[in-house]
Design a protein. Sequence first.
Length: 380
Amino acid sequence: MKFIINGAKLNESIQHIASIVSTNNAMPAVENYMLALKDNFLVIRGTDLETMIEVKLELESFEAGDVNEVLVEAKLFGNLLSQLSSFPLTINVDDANLTVEIVAGTGKYKIAGLPIEGFPEPKELEEPQMTTFTSRLLVNAIEKTSFATSTDDLRPQMTGVFCKQTADYITFVATDAHKMVRYRNMESKSDDEFSFILPKKPLTIISKIISSFNEELEIVTRFNYSNVCFEFANYVFFSRLKEGQYPNYDAAIPKDNPNKLIVDRQMFLSGIKRAAILADPSTKQIRLILTTNQLVVVAANMGSNEAAKDTINCSYEGDKMEIGFNATYLIEMLSTLDTPNVLLEMSQPNRAGVMTPYEEQKTDNKEDVLMLLMPINLID
């Protein structure tokens, strides 16, 4: 097979797929990209066995051969394309020995190709359900929740993001038992209710790909009990789902929180970042001391006699209170929210704090974000 293709478009597609390709000694075929000529399109696939990305690129010119599919070593091919992206590329695959020749400008490059035997085919979903997301909704949900997933493989359900559609809204949830995020979008309504758990890695990749488009996309989503398929633009994205029952996250949210802190998000974030530099490196503990209209952020490293104390103006209603949190988790949460102010509601120093965006004059109720953070015992 032989074809001419825009080098920049090919390189961009390869870079998107590259993030799922990894070394697999048990199945070396998946360390490659599959290139296939289908009609007037180049089809490219990459996989790590859990996830597969397929992209179709329209060709400027093409000639079918006796062999119209080939595997190319992913890292080598990607590195080469990154240096040739400013050229139109003529790629010719020798039918006899599968050598892949790339002509770019005055340069000519040859790399070894392999037969496609052993490279997985996309799985057909049996009896799938279907729904659609807007790209804006899906990207917002992923960005707001994915950082809170667990890394503990002993609790595989919590290493993914839980998605549940009800009649009135869709909910995305992530938790690692120390922190939790619940994102709801009231624009997504459906007569068909469903739920599944999406792995974090493919979610992060799909968010990056979708965000590269400067337009709103419709994400057609098909899924069954074990797999999900996202289709948008010229991409098809397959992934296995996490198995098992997701924890009852609603039961963890404290309902009565009389102590309420309203504070400028950026000032709060900056104060915690400064204090965190001098916090104990093992606990990352910071102490919030709350009195009327005053928030004091305190950190200390007893091992080196280092300490930090920062006073931030705020609005606080409730009893005088001291509560400890992990600075890293607070920074993650505050960095993810995007409103000028945040509301932190608390009851006792040993009960979870609930953080939400704070807007005095909220003009719509399209989205709802709730973040929960477990406190840590204060160490004097």
